[in-house]
Design a protein around this ligand. Sequence first.
Ligand code: PMP
Length: 322
Amino acid sequence: RAQFRNGGWQAAQVLPYEAISIDPAAKVLHYAQEVFEGLKAYRHSDNNVSLFRPLENWKRFNRSADRMCMPAVPESIFMDGVSAVSSLMAKHIPAKPGQSLYLRPFMIGVDASLGLAASLDNDFYVIASPSEVYQQGSFKVMIERQDCRAALGGTGNVKVGGNYAAALAAGRRVQAAGFDQSLWLDPAEHRYIEELSGMNVFALINGALHTPSLSGSILPGITRDSVLQLARLSGVEVIERSIDINELLEAVVSGECSEVFACGTAAVITPISIIADGDIRYEFKAGNPFATQLHTLLTDIQEGRGEDVFNWNWPLTDVNVL
Ligand code: PMP
């Protein structure tokens, strides 16, 4: 934990995992003044532990903090925090495909006053949990025609707790219908696909890889960026553009769109097997050769089997651990 008090950062501490005590009037509890990140540590076959693109998470964290009127967390505090927690938890990371340590850095506004104003005092934490690949193997998604995850001019393109609050009710509807994820549409016209609640989306259409361009209400995923770079390296045409949901569904029906998949730190690359629009279901039956190939390319780098051509892995030894 590192605390921001009187306009400056105090030295970070390693503390036992336990309940934290904050004032009932703390800003975070009333005005959702909170930002967070999600990244993973992997154990490679040489037993070294490596973080995947952690500086990208640090940069996004500080963009989120800026949007929430919170102080930037210095690189040293962020990196020492994720490194210290990874080192302490390293014995819980099996060197097995699909296994990793999920790290959750977050920062909360702790000023104890009910006035609607940004907190001056803030607490930064890093917690962690062992992580496995998703059980399902593929997602069944439902187009969300009612709610929006992100508002125009809102906070959809940063990673703050409030965004996820907006998705809770849709998540419950999706579960009740026997599906896994909501497919969100844009907040202006409710017409262009955006992302899932915690993942970006891609579609393979006529052999080219299409993904929604970053609209201002989509989170710029680090996995999304990695997929784009890997696809380009493999010589695949990559197209970032607005994708009309009706155009996508027509392309699925005609067979021009052969695969749709989700990607994110938690989901890595997970194929989408069904898109439901109300009672109508669009199914992908031909397997997911493209998503599977990209999954292999990405996890070979993350899990230390393949050459790290983009220099994405950050071995723990590079950092001064607390
Ligand atoms: N969109 C949303 C809304 C998310 O919460 C996440 C997870 N951070 C993503 C996309 C994927 O981002 P990343 O690849 O950086 O995990």
